[in-house]
Design a protein. Structure first.
Length: 169
């Protein structure tokens, strides 16, 4: 591992630990403290509902945690936000694109192999169309594997081509 790579790995781990854990916990404590001591203590009506800080934290937690869980669920399952994040991750991370393209290629080649096995087990000879399809796929696969690297956009372009084929069907 290169020293520069090691430093960026440490930086990544630091940012992840900070943003996922420390900043989250700190922000929650800060929000609860500020809202209670700057808002609730100043208004007798609110202080009657939340007479002390621990009760306020308990009530806000009982109400807030389920609401935040629903918001998180909506983010992943009911909105376009997560899909957009995944699309961006695919666009900027060549490893993600490589995995998806390899999966698609494996499915396609496995289908062809199963069809060939099925044909040969039934003693049918391949039609010219099937032979041409196999040869075209072999050429396409060879061309892709020779041209692609993790740093060029071959995998992303191939993935977009697959998506266009699927949407035109």
């Amino acid at each position: 591992m290169k020293k520069q790579n090691f430093i960026f790995r440490l930086w990544y781990y630091f940012r992840n630990g900070w943003s996922t854990y420390f900043a989250f916990i700190f922000a929650a404590i800060n929000t609860l403290t500020v809202t209670y001591f700057l808002a609730i203590e100043k208004y007798p009506t609110l202080q009657a509902i939340f007479p002390n800080f621990p009760q306020y934290v308990l009530v806000v937690s009982i109400i807030g945690i389920p609401i935040l869980i629903l918001i998180g669920y909506a983010h992943f399952k009911r909105s376009q936000a997560f899909k957009s994040e995944a699309d961006i991750a695919l666009e900027v991370n060549p490893y993600h694109a490589r995995i998806i393209v390899n999966s698609e290629l494996n499915l396609k080649i496995n289908t062809l192999i199963l069809n060939l096995i099925n044909k040969t087990s039934l003693s049918d000879s391949l039609s010219d169309k099937e032979k041409k399809e196999i040869e075209n796929f072999r050429i396409e696969l060879e061309k892709l594997t020779k041209s692609r690297t993790l740093m060029n956009k071959s995998d992303q372009l191939y993935f977009k081509k697959l998506e266009q084929k699927k949407s035109s069907k």
